[in-house]
Design a binder for this molecule. Structure first.
Ligand code: PGA
Length: 260
C-alpha cells in the first residue's frame, strides 16, 4: 500500500484529482468508481477546474458510484445521485448514459444489485476506484462485520454511520436513511486501482487501524492491504497517529514521479 501524506485538505484533494486526471489521460475510456461524502468534495472541485481550465475530457468515461441510500426521496439533495450531479456530473462532460449510481428504491433492489455487478463486469471492471473511510472503518457502506468477499447488496447502516451522516440531515439522526445499497468489499477489491482519501483528526485512529492493524472485517478498509495497487492519500491530521508516518514521508520523497 502506498501512503501519501499531504499537508492539508487542499493538497490531499489536489493529489487525488491529479491521480484521477492521470488515469483519464492514460486511458480516456476509463471506468471510474466514485465516492460521496464530505471528503471527496475538494477532489471533485479540482476535477471540475481541470475540465474547465485544462480541457480534461470525460466524454468517454464510464462511472459507477459505490453506494446509495435506500428509501431516500428522488429529489433529496443527499441522494447520492443528486450529490454527484451537483458536485461533478453536471459540471463536466460525462455522458448521462455512462453514469451508474445504485438504486434508491427498495422495490427490485435485490435484482438491481445483481444487475449492477453485471454492468461493472460488462464495462470491463473499474479501472480506478475512489474511496473515503467512515469513522467505523467502512469503505462504501460495508459496515463492520461485512464479509471481505461481499458483493453489491443491501446493508443496514451502523449507528455510528447514522450519527456521522446526521450532519447532512439537519443534525437529526431520525432523518438519516437506515439502509443502503452498496458495492461489496469483494466488488471494490476487483478494481484495478484503489485510491482512498481521508482527512481530519477524527479519522486518525481509524486510519491507523486500517493501514497498520490487522486485516479484519471489523474494519473493512483494512481489505486494502490485500490489494496490489492501493494508494492512500491523507492530510497531516488523519496521518497523525501512524507509527510509520516518517517512513511514508521518506518513501514519497524518493519517488521519482510525484503526484504534485
Ligand atoms: P465522509 O464519509 O467523507 O463524509 O467522512 C466517508 C465515508 O463514510 O465513507
Amino acid at each position: 500500500m502506498e501512503v501519501v501524506i499531504a499537508k492539508d485538505y487542499k493538497e490531499m484533494s489536489k493529489i487525488a484529482a491529479n491521480i484521477i486526471r492521470d488515469q483519464i489521460q492514460r486511458k480516456p475510456n476509463s471506468v471510474l468508481g466514485l465516492a460521496t461524502g464530505g471528503t471527496p468534495i475538494g477532489t471533485y472541485e479540482e476535477l471540475v477546474r481541470m475540465h474547465k481550465e485544462e480541457g480534461l475530457d470525460f466524454a468517454k468515461i464510464t462511472t459507477f458510484n459505490l453506494d446509495e441510500y435506500l428509501d431516500i426521496p428522488d429529489n433529496h439533495p443527499e441522494r447520492y445521485l443528486n450529490f454527484m450531479k451537483a458536485n461533478l456530473f453536471d459540471k463536466v462532460n460525462v455522458r448521462p448514459e455512462a453514469i451508474h449510481v445504485p438504486t434508491n428504491k427498495r422495490k427490485g433492489a435485490e435484482e438491481f444489485c445483481a444487475w449492477y455487478e453485471d454492468e461493472i463486469e460488462k464495462a470491463g471492471g473499474v479501472d480506478l476506484q475512489l474511496l473515503g473511510i467512515g469513522p467505523d472503518g467502512h469503505i462504501a457502506f460495508n459496515e463492520p462485520s461485512s464479509s471481505l468477499a461481499s458483493r453489491t447488496r443491501i446493508k443496514t447502516l451502523d449507528e455510528s454511520t447514522i450519527e456521522a451522516n446526521a450532519r447532512f440531515f439537519d443534525n437529526d439522526n431520525a432523518k438519516v436513511p437506515k439502509f443502503a445499497v452498496t458495492m461489496g468489499v469483494g466488488t471494490v477489491l476487483e478494481a484495478k486501482k484503489l485510491l482512498l482519501i481521508a482527512n481530519k483528526k477524527s479519522k486518525a485512529a481509524i486510519v491507523k487501524a486500517f493501514i497498520e492493524g490487522p486485516v479484519t472485517s471489523m474494519v473493512t478498509a483494512s481489505a486494502l492491504q490485500l490489494h496490489p495497487n492501493a494508494i492512500v492519500v491523507l492530510d497531516e491530521d488523519a496521518a497523525s497517529e501512524l507509527q510509520l508516518k516518517d517512513y511514508f514521508k521518506w518513501v514519497y520523497k524518493q519517488k521519482p514521479d510525484k503526484y504534485l
